[in-house]
Design a protein around this ligand. Structure first.
Ligand code: FAD
Length: 318
């Protein structure tokens, strides 16, 4: 079932979804099943699975030369989605990127998903790869997520890249796109970011799912701005419970979001890892309760592959 149908069907019942990462190459899918199993009991409507493009690493090849090695550290997004749907009967939502994909790759990826009975995708641009400062699209790929949304919507209308294939099978993907309550790092300002978000919706995105945030007021302001600009699709808030002191520095650096003073001060005072986790979980519970109370029907959690704290939140909130 489509994410938007899940939201409609909920009809006032509070829901939560969560995101998982494919395991590192060489690891077993069992770790994913183990993370999902305790959460599956709460009947989440869908589970997102991130996509990780290839990275480049340079190795000394001797004689003053460098060898470029392509590594894919977390393959398996499509396989994991299919496995989740088969094993847990929960809709899986693969993320799909512009980065690393030509339009042809994208079309073939979508055909695979369609054949596997996957009805939902989150369409993203992706970040610059390591060793590059700015994002670079593939030759004959997409530069912005809005272009990717357009291609998916075209396939939904049976429009393939090859003109000879017109009037072929139509797909029926429900498309999510990313929104940034604290602005995307590269956007010149908040307003232009919202305009580009609006463009993704105009191209046919069905809902917005947000970057993590720790201050609900920032999310409410973001939603207000979106609604003022005529964006009417559902906006799903994304939350991440803090689990380690190191995240106080890592999260702002990597995701370009602010952590509120109260959370930082409490976390710094914590004397051990369990105490940090408890503070992060409590903070996330409070955020979740307020979001639901303000009428947002669904909260999305960034689990980072660990589910014990999400289970605790789910028990308390849902
Ligand atoms: P876009 O919407 O294309 O926007 C990128 C930037 O370009 C923004 O600053 C925007 O304002 C600007 N912009 C957009 N359109 C135009 C235009 N026409 N002209 C000029 N500027 C424009 N990354 C992964 O690699 N794998 C994942 O699985 C993944 N999952 C994610 C899930 C969520 C919910 C979120 C919030 C992010 C995720 N990311 C993932 C990270 C994401 O790929 C990065 O944040 C990326 O830098 C931007 O992606 P986007 O889809 O928001 O890009």
């Amino acid at each position: 079932m489509k994410v938007t149908e899940h939201i409609k069907k909920a009809d006032g019942k509070a829901l939560f979804s969560f995101e998982i990462l494919p395991p590192l190459k060489g690891q077993n899918i069992q770790s994913i099943f183990d993370a999902i199993a305790p959460l599956a009991d709460f009947k989440p409507p869908f589970i997102d699975v991130t996509y990780h493009r290839e990275e480049y690493e340079y190795k000394d090849a001797g004689n003053g030369l460098l060898e470029k090695k392509i590594v894919k550290k977390r393959p398996g997004t499509v396989g994991i989605c299919s496995a989740i749907q088969n094993k847990f009967k929960i809709d899986a939502v693969p993320h799909i990127l512009c980065g690393g994909f030509t339009k042809e790759d994208t079309e073939n990826f979508l055909i695979d998903l369609d054949f596997l009975g996957i009805e939902n995708v989150v369409a993203l641009r992706g970040d610059a790869v390591k060793n590059e400062i700015y994002f670079k699209p593939e030759k004959n790929g997409h530069k912005y997520a809005s272009e990717l949304v357009t291609q998916i919507q075209q396939l939904n209308r049976g429009i393939y890249l090859d003109e000879d294939l017109q009037n072929s099978t139509q797909t029926d993907f429900c498309i999510g796109v990313a929104g940034y309550p604290e602005k995307h790092i590269e956007a010149p300002n908040f307003d232009s970011d919202i305009q580009f978000l609006k463009q993704k919706i105009a191209q046919g995105a069905d809902y917005i799912i947000t970057q993590m945030f720790f201050d609900n007021e920032k999310f409410f302001e973001f939603v207000r701005k979106c609604r003022n600009e005529g964006i009417t699709v559902p906006i799903i808030p994304g939350l991440k419970p803090l689990t380690a002191k190191s995240q106080l520095n890592m999260i702002p650096h990597r995701f370009k979001v602010d952590l509120p003073d109260a959370l930082v001060i409490e976390t710094l005072k914590a004397s051990n890892a369990d105490a940090v986790k408890a503070i992060g979980t409590e903070w996330c519970i409070a955020q979740s309760k307020e979001l639901l109370q303000k009428g947002f029907p669904i909260v999305h959690y960034y689990s980072m592959g660990k589910s014990d704290n999400i289970v605790q939140i789910a028990k308390e909130v849902f």
